[in-house]
Design a protein around this ligand. Structure first.
Ligand SMILES: [Zn+2]
Length: 392
């Protein structure tokens, strides 16, 4: 590999290989990766800025600007974290890029260090090419745990570098221009009941039975939503409506004790057009109703709520620039939406035009033996060449 200290330019594959060698699972540090990217960009005369998370000193976001010092940059956005490999049957070392059968294997090849590598490559190219319109790089963390790293990074960017106009979020979309996705919110719910022997359960409060009332809320909402006529924006998705889900639950200590605690993870995925704040308010109203009933039986009971993540939907824009750029370069003019959340909705909420367009197939993300088709990686490379040419 080229010695970066001497200012050598690495190829996209060399960059991806380097990025994947850092095991940046969301729970762990991403600082070695951030240090390396900062050094690499610095070796090319590009100043990178980091946003260290004050609550998690082992994590930081990184962003950089090249080209003229004006507003209106195109922003290439990716996340540095990857999902764990624990318990997954990998045939090769997940932290080493292995080429086999027209594919590059490795954790993050698809989601999404392949794109991160292409974005870093494009930034260096744009810097040397002397582009007339600026290009920016934004690398976040904690995307895989609910897109919690991007919002503070986006805010920090606006105070440090000139505001960009359009963002291309390179989540794997097979290089299609994805213009809409659902939003999501996770509300960790802890029901605190009052323990008595179950033979006199009317004097206690079972956290499990009370939690069940709230879990029924999800079932009732789903029934209503699935029965309703989809909205125009909703009809683009499968399923065409906002959905509620409980993915985890725990509670109780014995069959004959009214449970003191029950904790569960209530999530929803909202179609664009359904206001996530209103959905949360709806759930909170039901929670307070159930809580009032509990406290009428025993005052030492309550329900605690903790918002774990909040990802705004990506709303298709009317003539949005980001979409226009992605379509012009890829030649893809069809409409695409996805049901998973990305940081694109967060950029859009902060006033950027945003589109999701990146190499690889989401079906390979998070899997053991994650890979990206070499043809997809090459298509991503061509996209970046064309993008840099458009900035000239
Ligand atoms: Zn991703």
């Amino acid at each position: 590999m080229t010695d970066t200290k001497s200012g050598g330019r690495l190829s996209p594959l060399e960059l991806m290989t380097k990025l994947i060698s850092f095991p940046t699972v969301s729970r762990d540090t991403n600082l070695p990766l951030v240090d390396w990217v900062e050094d690499y960009l610095g070796s090319h005369g590009i100043t990178a800025h980091r946003w260290p998370d004050p609550d998690q000193p082992h994590k930081a976001a990184l962003f950089a600007h090249v080209g003229p010092e004006v507003e209106g940059a195109i922003v290439l956005s990716g996340h540095t974290d990857v999902v764990p490999v624990d318990g997954q049957p990998w045939d090769t070392d997940p932290w080493t890029v292995v080429e086999k059968d027209g594919r590059y294997y490795g954790r993050g090849t698809c989601d999404m260090k392949g794109y991160d590598a292409l974005a870093i490559w494009a930034l260096v190219e744009a810097h040397y090419a002397g582009v007339k319109r600026p290009l920016q790089l934004a690398l976040s963390f904690d995307e895989e745990v609910g897109c919690t790293g991007a919002p503070p990074m986006i805010e920090a960017m606006q105070g440090v570098i000139l505001k960009g106009a359009s963002v291309i979020v390179g989540e794997p979309s097979n290089m299609k221009a994805v213009t809409g996705h659902k939003g999501g919110q996770g509300i960790y719910t802890h029901v605190v009941g009052f323990e008595v022997h179950s033979s006199i359960m009317h004097t206690g409060v079972s956290a499990i039975l009370e939690a069940a009332k709230l879990i029924s809320f999800a079932t009732e909402k789903n029934a209503v939503n699935f029965a309703a006529e989809p909205t125009a924006l909703g009809a683009m998705f499968d399923p065409p409506c906002t959905t509620w889900h409980v993915g985890m639950i725990e509670g109780g200590t014995a069959h004959n004790i009214t449970a003191k605690d029950c904790k569960f993870a209530m999530d929803f995925r909202a179609v664009p057009g359904d206001d996530p704040d209103a959905l949360v308010a709806d759930y909170v109203a039901r929670v307070r109703e159930v809580e009032a009933g509990m406290q009428a039986v025993h005052p030492d009971t309550r329900i605690d709520l903790n918002i774990r993540f909040a990802v705004p939907p990506l709303r298709p824009e009317d003539g949005g620039e980001a979409e226009g750029i992605a379509r012009a370069i890829t030649g893809d003019n069809a409409g695409h939406v996805v049901s998973y959340g990305t940081e694109a909705g967060q950029f859009q909420a902060a006033g950027y035009s945003a589109v999701v367009c990146g190499p690889g197939d989401i079906a390979q993300a998070h899997q053991p033996n994650e890979f990206i088709e070499i043809a997809q990686f090459e298509a991503g490379h061509q996209f970046m060449r064309d993008l840099v040419a458009r900035l000239m």
